[in-house]
Ligand binder design. Structure first.
Ligand code: SF4
Length: 315
C-alpha cells in the first residue's frame, strides 16, 4: 500500500480548520482512496472522495470541493494558484546510478537535466552524479505550471529551455515529454527511463511528419470546432477567441471530456484543441477527423509558417 504517513496532512488540515475534506486521486492512485479515507476519518475528519476520472492537477474536483472545506489533490504539483486545495505529489524513488546508462549519449557536454514530478526530489542527487562524471549540469527554472526546478509537464517544457545546453537529458517514463522537448527546444534530447534503465536519443521527426499529414487533411474543412475545456487548469478561452477570429468557419465548443464519440456526434469537419495539448498529439488515431493544435491551425490559416512550427504548451 502506498499510503504515506498522514500526520503532516492531518496537521495541515487542522491548521486550516477543515472539518469536511474532499480527496481526489488520479487514475493510477485511485486504489489508495479507501485507505486515505479511513486514516482521515480516524483523525476526526468528515471525508468525501471524488470518483471522477482525473489525469492532472489541471482537473481539480471543484464540484466536490464545493461540498467540503478543503480538497486534497494527490499525485501532482499545482499548475495554478488555488485556495482551499492541498497538493500531495507522489514521489517515486530512483537510484541516481541508473544515469550511468545515459552517459554514452552525453559526450561530456553541457547537459540540461529535466524530469517529471515523480522524480523531481532526486534532482540534486542526479545533478551530483552527472557532475562527478565531468558533465556540466544545468537545471532550469520551472514555470507557474511547473513549480519545481527541473520539472517538466506534458504541457510545459520551460525547465528544458536553458540557453547553452546543447543536450537535454529527460529522466522519466514514456517518450512524449522527450519528443515535446525536442520540438520545443530543437536541442538534442536523450530520454532515460529510470525503471527499465533504457536510454535513447529521441527525435521529433516522426511526430512532425504525422502532424503535417493531419494539417493537410484539415485544409478542406468547411466547419471547424475550437475546443475549450471546462477543466480548471486547461481553459484557454482567450486563445480560443483569437483562433476563432482566424476563420469564419470556426465555432467555439466547450467540453469537459474530449472523446472520439463526442467529436463524431458534433459533426464538425475538423477541430482545434485548446484543452490538454496531449489530446491532439497522442490521440489523433482515435479521432474521426483532424484535431489540430492551435499552432497548426495558425499554419493552416496562413498566419504562421511551417518553419515556425512548435509544440503547444500552456503558459
Ligand atoms: S493539461 Fe495535460 S499535460 Fe498538462 S497537466 Fe493537464 S493532463 Fe497533464
Amino acid at each position: 500500500m502506498w499510503l504515506n504517513d498522514t500526520s503532516d496532512l492531518v496537521a495541515a488540515l487542522k491548521l486550516r480548520g477543515a472539518q469536511k475534506v474532499a480527496l481526489q486521486f488520479p487514475e493510477g492512485l485511485k486504489r489508495q482512496a479507501a485507505a486515505y479515507a479511513t486514516a482521515l476519518k480516524s483523525a476526526g475528519f468528515d471525508v468525501l472522495v471524488s470518483g471522477d476520472p482525473c489525469y492532472g492537477a489541471c482537473d481539480l474536483a471543484l464540484d466536490t470541493l464545493a461540498l467540503a472545506d478543503v480538497l486534497v489533490h494527490f499525485g501532482h504539483a499545482p499548475v495554478d494558484e488555488r485556495q482551499n486545495v492541498i497538493f500531495e505529489p507522489s514521489r517515486v524513488d530512483l537510484a541516481p546510478a541508473v544515469l550511468e546508462n545515459a552517459l554514452p549519449f552525453l559526450h561530456g557536454e553541457n547537459v540540461c537535466l529535466v524530469t517529471t514530478i515523480q522524480h523531481v526530489h532526486r534532482i540534486p542527487e542526479m545533478d551530483a552524479f552527472l557532475t562527478s562524471k565531468g558533465i556540466t549540469v544545468h537545471v532550469g527554472d520551472g514555470s507557474t505550471r511547473t513549480p519545481y526546478r527541473g520539472q517538466v509537464l506534458g504541457c510545459s517544457f520551460n525547465a528544458a529551455k536553458v540557453p547553452g545546453a546543447g543536450t537535454v537529458l529527460f529522466v522519466g517514463t514514456g517518450l512524449f515529454h522527450a519528443i515535446g522537448i525536442a520540438i520545443a527546444t530543437r536541442a538534442r534530447v536523450i530520454a532515460l527511463d529510470p525503471l527499465t534503465g533504457i536510454a535513447q536519443e529521441v527525435s521529433g521527426d516522426t511526430l512532425l511528419r504525422r502532424r503535417f499529414a493531419v494539417m493537410e487533411k484539415a485544409r478542406g474543412a468547411q466547419s471547424v470546432g475550437i475546443i475549450v475545456s471546462t477543466k480548471s487548469g486547461q481553459q484557454r478561452l482567450a486563445l480560443a477567441h483569437y483562433l476563432r477570429s482566424l476563420s469564419p468557419r470556426a465555432t467555439i465548443i466547450t467540453m469537459r471530456e474530449v472523446s472520439p464519440d463526442e467529436l463524431l456526434n458534433l459533426g464538425f469537419d475538423c477541430y482545434v484543441n485548446t484543452a490538454c495539448p496531449r489530446l491532439a498529439y497522442d490521440d489523433q488515431v482515435r479521432f474521426p477527423v483532424p484535431v489540430l493544435s492551435p499552432q497548426e491551425f495558425e499554419i493552416v490559416c496562413g498566419v504562421r509558417t511551417w518553419d515556425d512550427y512548435t509544440i503547444d504548451e500552456i503558459p
